[in-house]
Design a protein around this ligand. Sequence first.
Ligand code: ADP
Ligand code: MG
Length: 555
Amino acid sequence: MAKNLEGQQVMILPEGSNRVLGRDAQRINIAVAYAVANIVRTTLGPKGMDKMLVSELGDIVITNDGATILEEMNVEHPAAKIMVEIAKTQDKEVGDGTTTSVMLAGMLLKKAGDLLDQDIHASTIVKGYDLAAKKANELLGKIGIKVGIEDKDTLLKIASVAMGSKSIGVGSSKDNLAKLVVSAVTQVAEKRADGKYFVDDELIKIEKKAGGEISDTQLIQGVLVDKEIVHPGMPKSIKNAKIALLDCALEIEKTEVDAKIEITSPEQMQAFLAQEEKMLRDMVEKIAATGANVVFCQKGIDDVAQHFLNKKGIAAVRRVKKSDMEKLARATGAKIATTLDDLSSKDLGSAGEVNEKVVAGEKMVFVENCKDPKSVTIFVRASTDHVVSEGERAIVDAIGAVSSAIEEGHYVTGGGSTELELSVQLAKYATEIGGREQLAIQAFAESLEIVPRTLAENAGMDAIDALVSLRAKHKKEGGEHFGVDVFGSQVADMKALGVLEPLKVKTQAIASAYEAAKMLLRIDDMIASKGKNGGAAGKGGSPGAEGGSGGMGDY
Ligand code: ADP
Ligand code: MG
């Protein structure tokens, strides 16, 4: 509402909409973002805790994954939604480092709030953060260490660190899982014309089944299809499989037009059925003529066709998912035929073996031992559904980490060592810049300390002691890799310990945290219309509502 010249009220916004202005808007957004960051904070690192999330329908998810937690939480405040976006971007771009990026954004905003309280204008803070983010990126470029696809040792370490913070990845199964992930990623990695590698993670299929143990998890050089062979008489184990992939039904298609056939004698009926049978037999003959001994069909297979296939000794699977068909094509080298007339022996793919196996009481078809397959499957096993799901998330994180290390070509040391090194160097840079921006750059530098600090706290260490000793190490020559050894409860050289992470996790986490912080800081007016989010801008108004004690800001 505003007053016009005659002192009358003019309505600008519809009745019931909510408006928050200026410093209040900033204060609320900062409080909300900080509260969100604090929620995921306790999960950071191998000693982080898990969260149990219960959906409206009562489904339970137990996880440690930042992106999953935020997604399942269904946050409502617009600023909180932006924080969720950070996690999603990080997940999409790298596949790991989601908790880190959200925590960093929360801390950048918290520190910005302190500067606002000292009457430093938001645009000055944004400018300082801008300088700091650029400098951080430049420094990361120097800190990064080269890694190639042939450097299996380093890749294995990167995989196990990425998995390490999920409960599943801790313990003896970790090494085995890391090996599976590295083999899978290097198998599907594709060398581009410019010499760089590209990994399409769609090509690594993850199939999961409860029952068994995490150590039963295996890498299949091919595709695992969660279907059964259609006919009990068909072979269940085929060596040197010649595989036909069909995107057409082995059935008599019903005509589009409503047609009526009048049959007046048993002979006519006989002839009609015989005709149908002949059509199906012809279809099977066409397949058999190519030399195929296994058929995967995306559509249905008529009972009569099954019978003929069985007689020819051809194993068949029907109603295979489209995505599985594509993976089968990549793994076996087959071409998907859209009509039977198209199918020739050239289109067949091959696999060392095709086996139908019973897993946890269900039949599944394993297309295995493909030669140099461009698509592989990781079959995740564990005792219960919850563990299997967390196992899958750990493997997805590791695939993301290893892929980005191969694609980007550099790694850094973890345990908060890289963040601390950046922090120390940025603090130096702040004094070089001087002026009002200096304070903002300083704040940026301090924000980065949240990573080693939280790792230490979650490991039950004295965080202040750890930070003091880490800062001292990093100021000396040769101390740049010192971070928090969460298992040894001490500060240690992360390079020697083998705690390695892909460089991209860090560049992306800092970039997305900074972008989100900048976006929220520039808002000085929030107008929420009455609809679904009616008054949302006003919610979360109590600063640090969920931040709770032991918050991040007691610097
Ligand atoms: P995110 O979602 O950000 O990946 P995680 O819970 O996976 O969060 O924790 C990642 C952090 O844990 C990184 O900073 C990483 O360096 C650290 N970390 C992982 N393994 C170790 C380890 N063995 N020792 C110390 N720090 C570790
Ligand atoms: Mg992680």
